[in-house]
Design a protein around this ligand. Structure first.
Ligand SMILES: Nc1ncnc2c1ncn2[C@@H]1O[C@H](COP(=O)(O)OP(=O)(O)OP(=O)(O)O)[C@@H](O)[C@H]1O
Length: 289
């Protein structure tokens, strides 16, 4: 996938993330290519591991530009006037185009870590750097814009707005942040077609199956063409066949160059990733490629 994102050009030159003004030429054209079409009519999705892309490697480690850097991060919550440490000195680097799975027992801090990576929360100590931008050095407005344009979220419970149609749900993030030159309505339609929901665009979430709802959520996550997709148990509420279809979508998005970080409890699902990180008691215990 090309990386001609205006935001990247601006930040690489030391400019503000709020300065973006050029057009985003990416993706819509790509979405039309047959090999990128996720609709299952002609080419049914198979529940098997299919990887056509391999990350660059120096023999031992994945190489490439880091897009996510977690440096000496600690996170505590204050509960009844007591500081409760959740994450202890986490260090993690995720490189461009990598597909990373985060595993670990319930309550170990996986979602907390993902929320920090997604700028939904700030660390108590340490740094989170996304595409070279340090959250500690950004205003709340800049953080919101970086999150809105560069990070797509997918949750176990889909988190769709019940009273909005699928199309309106997909368009929703663009009300807050949109790349210049993008026709949000047209792009939302393109994305819903891409995920095989062209005949469900005007349905509300209550009229959709779990798998269809998650497809809407994926289309919504892609609306601003983010470099990074963060998925918290994306197949947790789906039957295994539908879960496989969703994972094959993730695989194809990753093969197009998108960086994916996915929390899962299921080792079979983690096999889709290039690398698995194990979080236990707020510490990264294993960082295997
Ligand atoms: N906002 C909060 N305030 C206080 N404690 C919190 C908050 N969010 C999470 N925690 C606590 O932090 C710990 C880690 O939670 P987290 O959701 O990150 O775990 P997890 O590994 O994702 O668990 P699961 O697999 O069950 O989703 C838990 O003990 C949880 O109760």
């Amino acid at each position: 996938m090309e990386t001609k994102i205006p935001i990247e050009d601006v930040s690489a030159q030391g400019g503000s993330i709020l300065d973006t003004g050029t057009e985003d030429p990416r993706l819509i054209g790509e979405l039309h290519s047959k090999e990128n079409n996720f609709t299952s009519n002609e080419n049914p999705l198979k529940c098997e591991l299919r990887r056509s892309r391999h990350l660059q490697s120096d023999g031992e480690h994945t190489t490439g530009t880091p897009v996510i850097e977690v440096i000496n991060v600690k996170k505590s919550y204050i509960l009844a006037d007591m500081e409760v440490p959740i994450l202890h000195d986490i260090n993690l680097e995720v490189r461009e185009g990598e597909f990373l799975a985060i595993m670990g027992p319930s309550g170990s801090g996986k979602s907390t870590l993902m929320n920090l990576i997604g700028f939904l929360d700030r660390p108590t100590e340490g740094k989170i750097i996304i595409k070279g931008l340090d959250i500690n050095e950004l205003s709340d407005k800049e953080v919101a814009r970086l999150r809105g344009l560069e990070i797509g979220f997918i949750f176990q419970t889909f988190n769709l707005i019940p009273r909005l149609t699928a199309l309106e749900n997909v368009e929703l993030p663009t009300y807050a942040n949109i790349r210049s030159g993008i026709d949000a309505h047209a792009r939302a339609k393109e994305l819903l077609t891409l995920v095989g929901l062209e005949d469900r665009m005007h349905h509300k979430p209550g009229e959709l199956s779990g798998g269809q709802s998650q497809r809407v959520a994926i289309a919504r996550a892609l609306i601003n063409d983010p470099a990074i997709l963060l998925a918290d148990e994306p197949t947790g509420n789906l039957d295994s066949k539908t879960g496989c279809e969703i994972l094959n979508m993730f695989t194809r998005l990753n093969e197009d160059g998108r960086t994916i970080v996915m929390i899962t409890h299921d080792p079979e699902i983690a096999r889709y990733a290039d690398r698995i990180v194990l979080v236990k008691d707020g510490i990264i215990q294993n960082n295997s490629e």
